[in-house]
Design a protein around this ligand. Structure first.
Ligand code: XMP
Length: 329
């Protein structure tokens, strides 16, 4: 009989069997629900032979590092190192505008980071870690693999999700992917079974490449990261204030490197645009835009343009998926 408890027991058994009694395992926590639930499951199975890393990749949201590290340590009791890779990441991304190139670079820098962390764990424990936990979900698996028998030329990978099949063999990791068969809502149920706090499980999904896919073009130009962080924080806080957070599947602000003319503080301005996205979805594969009350839109746009002086226009994104994707890159 199928139940979430059975899925949990079965996955713990599979992890135990796969990893065995001696091997060490590493896991990169993104700050999202998926990797946290995957790590918590693996931690239940093999205990402190699991070593987690949270990478500050330079593309995190406002105060994200402090917020998630507290969650991992104090609430989930996971063994986690925090590694600052932001300088290298932003150096590698400087001047790059092509979305696929950006994703590839972000993925490659992650791999670099894994390598260093792996060496660090080997030094610390005297054992080379041989397994890597990933919070890959079922929709990631099918979006990244062309259906069998399809014409490769026309069904090329929709996006190079760096967390699917992107790990080079020479790293020598075997993958542990306990969520591979699950959709997002099922992952939340699984997390609840393992006492992952509700507020954490209710967090909207956040992509591995972070703000890198929420800034159109070069992420290092225009002070975009800083502007976006402040605008996004205002947007999300306003959504919470209006009591709408749990009704929305995913919401975030994105940065458009387009300057238009406006008037701010009695002065002519020539400033950037912030796009607001909020969607309803069940698995991220298709999505509808969320119909905010007018009062909300009024409030949020005036807050952003008042508090973030680099922004003089806020746009609300009224596009479903398809034809638009959820993220903008
Ligand atoms: P798109 O933009 O493809 O997004 O409609 C669908 C869902 O996937 C998330 N997403 C990613 N997650 N690595 C991730 O871990 C990625 O590269 C990535 N790209 C998109 C996105 O946030 C949405 O929930």
């Amino acid at each position: 009989e199928w139940s979430m408890q059975n899925v949990l027991d079965e996955q713990i058994a599979i992890v135990n069997e796969k990893v065995g009694k001696d091997a060490h395992v590493i896991c990169a926590l993104s700050g999202g629900v998926d990797s946290a639930v995957a790590a918590t499951l693996v931690h239940k199975a093999i205990g402190d032979r699991l070593h987690c890393v949270f990478v500050d990749n330079g593309l995190l949201r406002y105060k994200e590092q402090e917020r998630v590290m507290e969650m991992f340590k104090d609430h989930l009791h996971l063994p986690v190192d925090c590694v600052d890779h932001s300088e290298q990441m932003l150096k590698a991304l400087a001047g790059v505008s092509d979305p696929e190139k950006k994703r590839k670079i972000i993925g490659a820098e992650f791999i670099e980071c894994f390598k260093n962390f792996k060496s660090e764990i080997e030094k610390r424990t005297g054992v080379r870690p041989t397994f890597l936990v990933q919070g890959t979900l079922y929709p990631d698996v099918i979006e990244s693999c062309p259906p069998p028998g399809s014409d490769q030329k026309h069904s090329h990978t929709i996006k190079s999700h760096h967390n699917v099949g992107g790990l080079p063999k020479e790293l020598g990791f075997e993958l542990v992917e306990p969520l591979r068969m699950l959709f997002k809502d099922e992952v939340r149920k699984l997390g609840a079974l393992m006492d992952v706090p509700r507020t954490f499980l209710a967090r909207h999904p956040f992509p591995g490449p972070g703000l890198g896919v929420r800034i159109v073009g070069d992420v290092t130009a225009n002070n975009a990261l800083d502007i976006l962080r402040r605008a996004d924080e205002i947007y999300i806080n306003t959504i919470r204030e209006f009591g709408l957070y749990d009704e929305i599947w995913q919401a975030f602000a994105y940065f458009l490197p387009v300057r238009t003319v406006g008037v701010q503080g009695d002065q002519r301005s020539h400033s950037f645009m912030i796009g607001l996205r909020a969607v309803c979805s069940s698995d991220g594969m298709t999505a509808d835009w969320y119909p905010f009350p007018t009062e909300f839109l009024k409030t949020v746009s005036s807050r952003i343009t008042n508090q973030v002086k680099e922004v003089n226009r806020v746009l609300y994104d009224i596009n479903s998926k398809p034809p638009a994707t959820i993220e903008v890159e």
